[in-house]
Design a protein around this ligand. Structure first.
Ligand SMILES: Cc1cc2nc3c(=O)[nH]c(=O)nc-3n(C[C@H](O)[C@H](O)[C@H](O)COP(=O)(O)O)c2cc1C
Length: 321
């Protein structure tokens, strides 16, 4: 069984990939998407989104990082994929699942699921532009308006030469509303000659077990579940030996993540990724809810540092100064 960390724009950045893969249990991760229009993007755009390019496309704990591109122009996708490959990308992942209106209006993401021929053309163009030893993978939903286009798109992708497919078991119209339709992955997994990775709504080891039973998949991608419970992949892989992490284990990670973000983002945005993370942590940790209620109004670095210090004192947790 392999477990991949899902790409999440606005929260799973370089620091988050670093942090979550250092905890363990993860076999791969993916960058946030790079939106491609028709330009050849410069090197700095690639290394900003994926600083791991400067360390052989692996996080410091040795987990491979795929570089994700999103767009509808096959030629532009191909030359930018070739650029990512020349800069050392471990593999290229193509996003055909994004539901965001601005992305869909600009001919990208889930909208393309209505046009399997175009998806085929894009994947083939990218496959041909990238050296053979670099995998090309794709990530889709089961369809745009409804869930009827999963199999056709999956075939279009596999026939174009992709090495792997992640399927988020919902349509674009399903948005993020539970449930995920894991059973609808079964025919795709059965018919495709490449590995199919199940994604969507896995929050616990029990969810993963049910997803495996219903989809028949052996590999999984988890996004929000890993933000809610950073040790989830470890708990799944080592159920007999892993001791579930408590708030005392998590709080120092949060402070570290916040401080690293300060170096990377302008001060008025420095708390944004932390706030996003807290949205999910509240599912698992009651302490996170109290912290978040105070955090959500704060913007400055010093205010947020003070909140960490007060909270740690109340909870009797020792934090690095
Ligand atoms: C805030 C957010 C940002 C996301 N950004 C991306 C992205 O950049 N690329 C992508 O392929 N999927 C993106 N996704 C979708 C996730 O990768 C994943 O498919 C989805 O969250 C379902 O998996 P989960 O239930 O395990 O979270 C995003 C999802 C969320 C909630």
């Amino acid at each position: 069984m392999r477990i991949f960390l899902a790409p999440m724009e606005g929260v799973v950045d370089f620091q988050m990939r670093q942090l979550l893969t250092s905890i363990g249990g993860l076999d791969g991760c993916v960058t946030e998407f790079l939106r491609i229009c028709d330009q050849r993007l410069p090197r700095r755009v690639f290394t900003k989104l994926c600083p791991e390019l400067l360390q052989q496309s692996h996080t410091q704990s040795g987990t491979p990082v795929a570089f994700q591109l999103l767009g509808g122009n096959a030629e532009a996708m191909a030359f930018n994929a070739a650029k990512a490959a020349s800069l050392g990308a471990d593999s290229i992942d193509l996003n055909f699942g994004c539901p965001a209106k601005t992305v869909n209006r600009n001919d990208g993401g889930a909208k393309l699921l209505q046009e399997p021929n175009r998806i085929h053309t894009i994947v083939r163009a990218v496959r041909e532009a990238v050296p053979n030893d670099i995998d090309v993978t794709a990530k889709i939903r089961l369809g745009f308006q409804d869930r009827s286009m999963g199999l056709e798109n999956a075939h279009a992708i596999a026939d174009a030469g992709a090495q792997r497919l992640v399927v988020h078991a919902r349509s674009k119209s399903d948005a993020y509303r539970p449930p995920a339709y894991w059973n609808e992955l079964q025919p795709i997994r059965e018919q495709l000659g490449i590995p199919v990775i199940a994604n969507g709504e896995i929050w616990s080891a029990e969810d993963l077990k049910r997803c495996a039973e219903q989809s028949g998949c052996e590999d999984f991608m988890i996004g929000r579940g890993l933000l809610a419970r950073p040790d989830l992949a470890l708990a799944i892989k080592h159920p007999d030996t892993h001791l579930a992490w408590d708030w005392q284990d998590i709080l120092p990670l949060l402070l570290d993540f916040f401080r690293k973000g300060i170096e990377q983002y302008p001060e008025k945005y420095c708390g944004n990724r932390l706030k996003q993370w807290f949205m999910y942590l509240q599912r698992s940790y009651p302490e996170a809810e109290r912290f978040f209620n105070s955090l959500k109004r704060l913007r400055g670095r010093d205010e947020i540092e003070t909140l960490f210090a007060q909270h740690a004192k109340e909870q009797r947790i020792e934090l690095a100064s």
